[in-house]
Design a protein around this ligand. Structure first.
Ligand code: ADP
Length: 413
């Protein structure tokens, strides 16, 4: 029976694929199976009676004694070397990784320890390979991510460039559109200009012609008064035409940027008096101009001609667009930097719908068409005033009146 049990034990001992090794408390090897011999490269029976450290790499010998004693104190079944890698030393000196399970047991009061040993070289190699593969994979992922972010950056740059191109194209398109619009506007202006010239010149010219023809008929000395009257008409109409031509000239000068302002210091009262004096000749019946007479201390360092042109234009318009028996009031205020001049009338006013266009060249409000005019004056003087850092604005109500306000710098820059 004993022999049979021994046989079964031997069969099991030899049959397991793990290495099985038994030592006594003095670390003397008392039994090994062939797996252990194969694993460590020993011949059959060669390990018996050898001390355990023969299977342990030399550099672990120092620590091994303490580990063994520690285990002997506790004497319970456990895995060896938890948390650290274990290595075995082959007879050839080659070192290889292993895992060991420890099982203490007793036979006849003598304690033995059975160690179950597994060679984990292949597994470790595989683990290392997996680690290596993982590292390579991570590296690749990083590289790809970098490549991707570079591509994304490049795409962004490309996008920005495309955006720029697009903007440029839109700008070019808009420029073309603008140019076309300007050309159209120019054509419209030309047409307007031609019809205006033919209309505005035709009436005075035919007046001049009539007066000239009649002049020739008054041959007698006593008809001098009649001759004078026609001569006056001719002079007036020539002046009128001359003024229109001057306006066109101003336009041309403004347009080409050839305006040259001359700045010097003058008294505003001088300009006001001159404008009012000239305007008085144009007044309709019962019309009156009220203007400040206590402005001797107000001086401007400006282009006098332009200030005069602006003021006379505004006052002449006030007269032209107001009926008989009305008052035109000029007000003047000098501030620290600017002087403000307002010209108020109780005239026909400007219809609300036309107000937005009033400074456009050749524009005339619908209710002004019965009076002579070219629609140039306001456009010219607004441009001039703006060139000089000033402004021209107005408030108006149809059939009530208008107030034009010009603001000029006391000292032109
Ligand atoms: P013009 O008087 O030769 O037509 P302006 O440029 O001086 O040209 O004026 C443009 C238009 O503004 C006038 O045709 C008129 O419709 C309107 N306007 C100007 N001043 C007045 C005013 N004081 N009252 C009413 N309408 C005015």
């Amino acid at each position: 029976m004993l022999n049979k049990e021994q046989d079964i034990f031997n069969a099991l001992f030899e049959g397991v694929s793990e290495g099985v090794l038994v030592v006594n408390t003095n670390q003397k090897i008392v039994s090994v199976n062939s797996s252990v011999e194969k694993m460590f490269g020993y011949d059959n029976g060669e390990l018996i009676d050898q001390l355990l450290p023969v299977l342990i790499p030399k550099n672990y010998h120092a620590g091994h004694g303490a580990h063994f004693d520690g285990f002997m104190k506790q004497k319970e079944k456990r895995k060896m070397g938890v948390g650290r890698d274990l290595f075995g030393a082959k007879k050839s000196g080659e070192i290889f990784p292993l895992e060991v399970g420890l099982n203490p047991f007793k036979i006849d009061e003598t304690t033995y320890i059975m160690a179950l040993i597994v060679d984990v070289s292949v597994r470790k190699q595989q683990e290392e390979q997996i680690l290596l593969l993982n590292e390579q994979l991570e590296k690749k992922v990083k590289e790809r991510t970098k490549e991707l972010s570079t591509s994304v950056k490049e795409l962004k740059v490309l996008n920005i460039e495309l955006d720029k191109e697009n903007k440029k194209r839109i700008e070019a398109e808009n420029k073309t559109k603008d140019a076309l619009k300007k050309e159209k506007e120019l054509n419209e202006l030309k047409t307007k200009f031609l019809s205006l010239v033919s209309h505005e010149f035709k009436t005075p010219l035919s007046g001049i012609l009539t007066s000239a023809m009649l002049l020739g008929k008054y041959k007698l000395t006593e008809q001098q008064q009649k001759r004078d009257k026609h001569l006056q008409t001719i002079t007036n109409k020539v002046h009128y035409l001359n003024n229109i031509l001057n306006d066109f000239l101003s336009l041309e000068i403004l347009e080409t940027g050839k305006v040259k302002y001359k700045f010097y210091t003058f008294r505003l009262s001088k300009v006001v008096n001159e404008v009012v004096y000239n305007a008085n000749m144009l007044l309709k019946e019962g019309q009156r101009i009220k203007y400040p007479e206590d402005i001797d201390e107000i001086s401007l360092t400006q282009d006098e001609k332009t200030v005069e042109l602006a003021l006379s234009n505004l006052v002449n318009n006030a007269i032209k667009y107001s009926p008989v028996n009305t008052e035109i009031i000029i007000n003047i205020k000098q501030g620290k930097k600017f002087t403000t001049i307002t010209i108020k009338d109780n005239g026909i006013g400007i219809p609300e719908a036309d107000q937005k266009n009033i400074f456009n060249r050749y524009f005339r409000a619908e209710n002004a068409l019965l009076s002579e005019g070219t629609g140039i004056g306001l456009n010219i003087i607004k441009n001039h005033l703006q060139n000089l850092g000033g402004t021209l604005t107005f408030e108006s109500e149809e059939n009530v009146g208008s107030t034009f306000t010009m603001k000029i710098m006391n000292i032109a820059k």
